[in-house]
Every structure is written in C-alpha cells, then in structure tokens.
Design a protein around this ligand. Structure first.
Ligand SMILES: Nc1ncnc2c1ncn2[C@@H]1O[C@H](COP(=O)(O)OP(=O)(O)O)[C@@H](O)[C@H]1O
Ligand SMILES: [Mg+2]
Length: 403
C-alpha cells in the first residue's frame, strides 16, 4: 500500500516558507502555503499557493483542514483561532502556548525573568512617567520596544533622553504597553539554533555570531568567536528556554554577550535568519530540521561542515539594481552559495543571502562580503572584510566589490 505523503501547511509565504519548500522536495512532503499576496516569495514558486489573511479565523480554519500539521513562517496569526484549532484536534507546531512567547516580547521577557533566566533589566508599562523613572534608575540610553508586531528593528527605539522618550510615547496608542529596557553594552550578539521534536528530543547548531546594523541582522559567522565556556553557557540557557516554552520545530534564541554576562534578548519559534548558513554550511539545514521536527521525525545534526562559515544578507538599497543583475559576479567568488528570494528590490528589504565556507573565518567573511556586495549593488551595507578576528563591523559602501 502506498504511504501517504504528509501534508505540512505553512501559514505565511515569505522567504522562510520558500526555503522550507526546497527542503520539502527532498523529503517528498506535500508543502502548502497560506499566502497573503500573489507576489509573496513562496507564492511565486509553489505550484498551488492558497490565499488568505492569516489573521482571518475562517481563512486559517479552511487552510488547516487540508493539512496534517500546521506551522508558521511568521507570528502574525490569531492566537485564539490557533487555540480553537488545537482544541478541535488540529496539529499546530509550534503550538499556541509556545507561539505566545514569540508573539509578545513583554510576556516572553516577564516569563524568562520569573523562571530565573538572565535578561536585561526592564519594565513593561504604558506610563511615560514610569518609563522616565526607569531611565532615571538605569541611566540613558534606554531601549523601548513595542511588544508585538516588530521585526528587523522595526518597533525598537534607542532613546537617549526624556525628549526622545516623549516623542516615542507620542506615537504609541494610549494604553498600549511598552517594553522599556536597559541598553546593554554589547561585545557581540550571538544566537543558538535548536530543532526540537514533540517528545523533547533536540539538536543544537554551534553558536552563531549575529551581526546587526540599524537593528537588522546582516551577517552570521560560525563558529562565534567567543570562549568555549561562553558557548557552552549559551547552549545551556537555550536548552532551558526550549523546555520552558515547549517549542516544536526550530527555535532561535538571540543573546547579548557583554564580555562578562550573557543575557537573553528574544526568541523566534520558527526557522530564523540566524540559521540561514545551515543550508550550505551544516550537515542538516534548519528548514529540513524544521520539517522533520514538526512531523515528529528524527532531527539531524546541525554541525558545521567547514571550519568557518559566513552568511551575509542581500538587502535592498535606494536605487540599487535587482540582485539578479550581479549574479554572475557573485557566483565567480569561490565557495559561495547564492540564495535569492525573488522579491522586488526596496530599500531595507531582505532580498537574499549568500553563504561562504572556508578554512578560516577571515576568508569566509571576505568571500561572503564580496558576493553579497555584487548582488546588492552600489551603496550596499555589508560585512567588513578586514580581519575577521576583531569586533564585528558592518559598513556602508562598495569597498568589497571586485575590480
Ligand atoms: N537592550 C538592548 N541593548 C542593546 N541593544 C539592543 C537592545 N535591545 C535590542 N538591541 C539591538 O536591536 C536589535 C533588534 O532588537 P530586537 O529586540 O531583537 O528586535 P527585532 O524583533 O527587530 O529583532 C538587537 O539585535 C540589538 O542589536
Ligand atoms: Mg531580534
């Protein structure tokens, strides 16, 4: 008798769903997406995308009815509907209880602190006076975050004085809570990537350095250049978090390394930009492992397959050509893999990424920086290629272009 192909439904059709589809082909999984628009990155390549608003309970219910497992490429779904679907017997992975952490930074932060996990000092408040008092206690600057709906630094403000704080407050609807936190002096930002099955079996990738620019993740370096004991501590914290949250699938845990302390910033309960290097630089990619985990199949090692791996995002710039225009030049760089998401170029939009593998971090950074610059065009912001052992640096300009 034929073994039925498992049907995995992905809510959302961005680049994460698109890369999940590539992974689904190899496993012969029937992957479907619920797309908001016909030009969504996955909707343009999947044979039969479904369309609907993920915030619309009816659309979500109709989509879920045809799937064995429902999973997500973003957090903007209605939690009450997901809970109702779960109660009706629909398999949602990660489940609504886990997703709540990713949807709401205030809930997440408060839960982690209550569990005794190290987080930056913070207060959740809708009161400007309380935010000012927090800043008076902790010193300026402080960081204000909207608990819901932010990404790539949107909904995050570094606030330097009382006037800036008042300006942020003026833009926030009355009564909406704000997460106000101490600005941490960062030496590096790092991330742990874990794939976890429903029964708790899990596997973690080596510690990843995540390099941000203007609040947006721009580059990744593996292994993260921190002492082994720090990497071990990060893994221990991340393991406690996935158990606490009860994640099924991929979970990315973002951490701040101050040179002395390791603090948890936030988590994502889905494939994440910090794991893009695993497609070309690890034994098992995060997209393959996400599908394996949500289907309760054995998860694979995410160990690196080269001594050094570096990925750089291709981000749209003002007046830049579409990334395809630089494809031949990017592909001329040795040991680089190119991933384009098929999205139209807009400033600040993630259009693709490149991954370079090498024998040392400096070479991986240089190659990934060159290839990403070729794709992003003039004025690109890319990873500095000098050194590779010093503090991470992301620069604007075209210094890394091939002659
Ligand atoms: N408390 C903080 N101290 C220092 N930098 C911060 C702090 N919070 C956020 N940042 C910076 O802003 C980036 C984006 O913040 P984050 O809360 O992760 O929002 P997003 O949801 O956009 O990823 C972080 O990766 C970090 O570079
Ligand atoms: Mg973040």
């Amino acid at each position: 008798m034929d073994h039925p192909r498992p049907v995995v439904g992905v809510v959302g059709a961005g680049q994460l769903a698109r890369m999940c589809w590539q992974a689904a082909i190899g496993l012969d999984i029937d992957l479907r997406v619920l797309a908001a628009r016909s030009d969504d990155a996955a909707a343009t390549v999947l044979p039969n995308p479904r369309f609907g608003d993920p915030a619309d309970p009816d659309a979500l219910r109709r989509f879920a009815a045809a799937c064995d497992v429902l999973t997500l490429d973003h957090e903007l779904v209605d939690l009450a509907t997901l809970r109702a679907l779960e109660a009706e017997g629909c398999v949602v992975r990660p489940g609504a209880d886990a997703l709540r952490f990713a949807q709401d930074k205030a809930f997440q932060r408060t839960s982690f602190r209550t569990a005794g996990l190290p987080v930056p000092d913070f207060v959740v408040t809708d009161s400007l006076a309380a935010a000012r008092a927090f800043a008076a206690d902790h010193g300026w600057p402080v960081v204000c975050k909207r608990p819901r709906g932010g990404y790539d630094g949107r909904g995050v403000w570094i606030v330097h004085d009382a006037a800036e704080l008042a300006a942020v407050w003026a833009d926030i609807p009355e009564g909406d809570p704000v997460l106000v936190e101490q600005r941490v002096e960062l030496e590096r930002e790092v991330a742990v990537l874990i794939a976890r099955r429903p029964g708790g079996e899990h596997t973690a990738a080596p510690l990843i350095e995540t390099v941000q620019h203007d609040g947006m993740l721009r580059a990744l370096v593996v292994p993260a250049p921190v002492p082994a004991a720090v990497a071990q501590r990060a893994l221990g914290l991340a393991t406690r978090i996935v158990e606490l949250v009860g994640v099924v699938g991929i979970c990315a845990i973002e951490l701040f390394w101050t040179g002395g302390d390791l603090l948890i910033n936030e988590i994502a309960t889905r494939p994440h930009n910090s794991g893009h290097w695993t497609i070309d630089g690890a034994v098992t990619s995060q997209f393959v492992n996400h599908l394996r985990a949500v289907l309760d199949l054995p998860v694979g090692s995410m160990a690196a397959t080269a001594p050094a791996v570096c990925s750089v995002n291709v981000v749209g710039g003002a007046g830049a050509p579409p990334p395809g225009a630089g494809l031949a030049r990017a592909l001329a760089v040795p040991d680089v893999a190119v991933h384009l998401y098929g999205k139209s170029a807009r400033p600040g939009r993630k259009l693709g990424h490149v991954t370079a593998v090498a024998d040392d971090v400096a070479a991986a950074r240089r190659r990934a920086g060159e290839a990403a610059s070729a794709l992003a065009g003039e004025g690109a912001v890319t990873l500095a290629v000098d050194g590779g052992s010093g503090a991470p640096e992301v620069t604007a300009g075209t210094a890394h272009r091939r002659p």
